[in-house]
Design a protein around this ligand. Structure first.
Ligand code: DP6
Length: 330
């Protein structure tokens, strides 16, 4: 069971949701309670090599052996591939990110997208896009979207088995090459993971159902705004979705509050640069304190300069809209 066919390498990019995924309808199958809509980022990427035919699973992340918890999560996911292609044995998985974990980009999205592509190809499986996205979703909900470049819609699906809960491509990256400036407002790992924060919101927030009701119309609006390259329309829908997601989390018991003072300062600064100075820019915030600011490429320098000048912003990171996950030579 060894040979060149047993190994494959893939790269995948992180993504940022413009309409957020927050809450599951089935935790065991990792089925989302509603859809979502995202932009895939570049040039930053995760690169993952999978080699089957080993005695046991082994996971090396950024050059270091992963801890037992991370290895167990990946092993449980690898079992899904072993079920599709019996006899694969253990997998040696080597993965590295070329962006800092502290960037507040969900590294699980690019990680499970790259893993899904590398692990299936190494196993000799050539899955259709939908099936591959379903598989990535089992690792992390946002990973279902990172298989596709550009602008991506996650479909929540209706089936109990989740075979219709997968992402689809909406527009390629070159349809609308937006720029993203990430304002870093803290150091160190986040305190409450997305998974824990959203499960707690589902269980205890009186606003969770109201949040879910916002999602489908927001996706429709975001899809149209991107198709028409309408920055003002995308601004409205993306800021509303981020704030509505956080409102549902803040209303949980006890409340899940990812923001720091600096997060709120950046939000106000983005609105000021837009309303007072006419700079096209909007913010979105994920399960952490950093703020991701979308703008048009010609305004990226001005946005970066304004954000860098704020007290509490410790640095910025630039991104563009990125491409599909793909296999590469090892
Ligand atoms: C706030 O995909 O990390 O970034 O499915 O439990 O792994 P799991 O959650 P994950 O959640 C991402 C939450 C978010 C919004 C988003 O990316 O849509």
């Amino acid at each position: 069971m060894t040979g060149p066919k047993m190994q494959a390498t893939a790269v995948a990019h992180p993504n940022i949701a413009l309409v957020k995924y927050w809450g599951k309808r089935d935790a065991a199958l990792n089925l989302p309670a509603a859809g979502s809509f995202s932009a895939t980022l570049g040039p930053m990427r995760t690169r993952t090599t999978v080699q089957w035919g080993n005695d046991a699973d082994r996971l090396v992340l950024d050059g270091a052996m992963a801890d037992a918890k991370a290895t167990a999560r990946v092993s449980a996911w690898l079992d899904l591939v072993r079920a599709l292609a019996p006899g694969l044995g253990g997998a040696h998985v080597t993965s590295d990110n070329d962006f800092p974990t502290a960037a507040g980009l969900a590294s699980s999205a690019s990680a499970f997208a790259a893993l899904a592509l590398a692990a299936t190809r190494a196993a000799g499986l050539d899955l259709a896009d939908d099936a591959l996205s379903v598989l990535a979703r089992r690792g992390s909900g946002s990973a279902a979207r990172s298989l596709f470049g550009g602008y991506v819609e996650m479909r929540p699906g209706e089936r109990d088995d989740g075979t219709d809960a997968h992402a689809v491509r909406c527009q390629p990256a070159d349809h609308w090459p937006l720029h993203v400036v990430i304002a870093l407002t803290a150091t160190g790992p986040k305190k409450v993971s997305s998974t824990i924060g959203m499960n707690h919101t589902v269980d205890t927030s009186p606003y969770f159902d109201a949040w879910v009701q916002t999602v489908a119309p927001a996706i429709e609006a975001a899809r149209k705004a991107v198709a028409a390259r309408d920055f003002e329309a995308l601004t409205r829908v993306a800021e509303a979705s981020a704030l509505q997601m956080h409102a549902s989390a803040i209303a949980a018991d006890p409340g899940v509050l990812y923001w720091t003072g600096a997060t709120v300062d950046v939000v106000h600064a983005v609105r000021r640069m837009r309303d007072e100075d006419g700079i096209p820019a909007f913010f979105t915030i994920d399960a952490g304190p950093h703020v991701k600011v979308f703008t048009l490429p010609e305004h990226a320098g001005a946005v970066r300069q304004r954000l860098t000048g704020l007290d509490g912003v410790r640095g910025t990171l630039d991104a563009v809209v990125g491409g599909d996950a793909r296999t590469v030579d090892a």
